[in-house]
Design a protein around this ligand. Structure first.
Ligand code: RTP
Ligand code: MG
Length: 147
């Protein structure tokens, strides 16, 4: 089993898409093990986006992600990192495959609704930035055996 960090960005929260987006991962069969609505501090934003420091869109990214509440989540499942990235779609909504979240609901790369960890190591790093251990819930999902 693998964990991944997903975050509905401020545009997704403002547009009322939390339920729509969460339902896609639920229906896929992944297990939700942590979730919270929160404001992202500048300190956390910098840690999260450290890999983009120095790029021309970095400052814009920090302003955006700290502009309003996000819905932070941890999901668990077999190959959860790759699976969630597939459901999210490519960064640029124009290139995202039909049926993906970004294709269905986003227009612009700057407002692409949701973040998903891009590797196992980054997932664990990002979970550590946004969640304390006691905010994650261990439980059995009975139906998981059939998925
Ligand atoms: P995310 O981290 O948000 O899941 O998105 P991603 O992996 O698909 O894209 P990444 O390369 O990690 O970039 C992070 C976010 O920065 C914005 N971005 N703008 N050329 C640009 O103007 C540009 N490139 C990236 C996007 O909002 C992207 O989600
Ligand atoms: Mg990324």
């Amino acid at each position: 089993m693998e964990r991944t960090y997903l975050m509905i960005k401020p545009d997704g929260v403002q547009r009322g898409l939390i339920g729509e987006i969460v339902s896609r991962f639920e229906r896929k069969g992944l297990k939700l093990v942590g979730a919270k609505l929160m404001n992202v501090s500048l300190e956390r934003a910098k840690l999260h986006y450290a890999e983009h420091e120095g790029k021309d869109f970095y400052e814009r990214l920090l302003v955006f992600i700290t502009a309003g509440p996000v819905f932070a989540m941890v999901w668990e499942g077999d190959q959860a990192v790759a699976l969630c990235r597939a459901l999210i779609g490519k960064t640029n909504a124009l290139e995202a495959a039909p049926g993906t979240i970004r294709s269905d609901f986003a227009i612009h790369t700057n407002f692409n609704l949701i973040h998903g960890s891009d590797s196992h190591d980054n997932a664990e790093r990002e979970i550590g930035i946004f969640f304390a251990d006691d905010e994650l819930v261990a439980y059995d999902k009975a139906i998981q055996v059939w998925i």
